[in-house]
Design a protein around this ligand. Structure first.
Ligand code: PRP
Ligand code: URA
Length: 217
């Protein structure tokens, strides 16, 4: 199932900073234990959040330094919601909150049936004003794209307009599925891998992200 799936590359940002690549290599290794894996997922989420918020508009703000009065910049009233896809997405939430402490958090429970590969929604709780917020949907893995598609469709039904999907590892198949199902979503990923294996796991990937974050291997 090695993938040569075509996707809308204009809506995909590869976050390939040297420090990101370095940390991702450690994350992928089967020798990396739960504690370090969890720490790396959080750190990578912060770096990715930094790229995914690059276009946030700024406004002037007066600041008095110890030397003089001056005019500085601050983010102009942007309301943000971080929306992890449970379980594995939870591992990225604190990294985004390190960057955007005032963000609200919504939760979408999805699990992928390991036989049919179909996503199943089992929980949804999002801020009541979600439609007014920039939504950063987080999940370390984008494999077939089924889980992300279901999460994005749910948020669109709630009226969300500005929606960005942040993953750590993506398969071309998942990028193709998500960019063809939704005409506007932008995707940020630290790696675009070769494709999927016969179990729809990403190759080379990093295995089962949720199990590695929560130590349920
Ligand atoms: C994993 C992963 C994504 C999904 C990706 O979750 O965290 O949500 O699979 O696969 P897809 O693109 O083919 O849908 P999983 O279903 O294993 O649940 P978990 O996070 O609870 O472990
Ligand atoms: N879910 C994971 O956690 N890893 C994969 O490679 C695919 C789906």
């Amino acid at each position: 199932m090695a993938g040569h799936a075509a996707y809308d590359a204009a809506r995909v940002t590869l976050v390939d900073h040297p420090m990101v690549q370095h940390k991702l290599s450690i994350l992928r290794s089967e020798d990396t234990g739960t504690k370090q894996f969890r720490e790396l997922v959080r750190e990578l989420a912060l770096f990715e959040g930094y790229e995914a918020t690059r276009d946030f508009p700024l406004e002037d703000v007066p600041v008095t330094t110890p030397i003089c009065e001056t005019v500085c910049k601050r983010v102009a009233g942007r309301k943000v919601a971080v929306v992890p896809i449970l379980r594995a997405g939870l591992g990225m939430v604190d990294g985004i909150l390190d960057l955007i402490p005032a963000a609200r958090v919504g939760h979408l429970g999805m699990y992928r049936d390991e036989v049919t590969r179909e996503p199943h929604e089992y929980y949804a709780k999002v801020p009541p004003d979600i439609a007014e917020r920039t939504c950063l949907v987080v999940d370390p893995m984008l494999a077939t794209g089924g889980s992300a598609d279901a999460a994005i469709a749910y948020l669109r039904r709630q009226g969300v307009r500005d929606l960005r999907l942040l993953v750590l590892v993506a398969a071309p198949e998942g990028l193709a599925a998500v960019t063809s199902a939704d005409p506007d979503v932008r995707i940020f990923t630290c790696a675009i891998d070769e494709g999927l294996n016969e179990n729809a796991y990403i190759v080379p990937g990093l295995g089962d992200a949720g199990d590695r974050i929560f130590g349920t291997l």
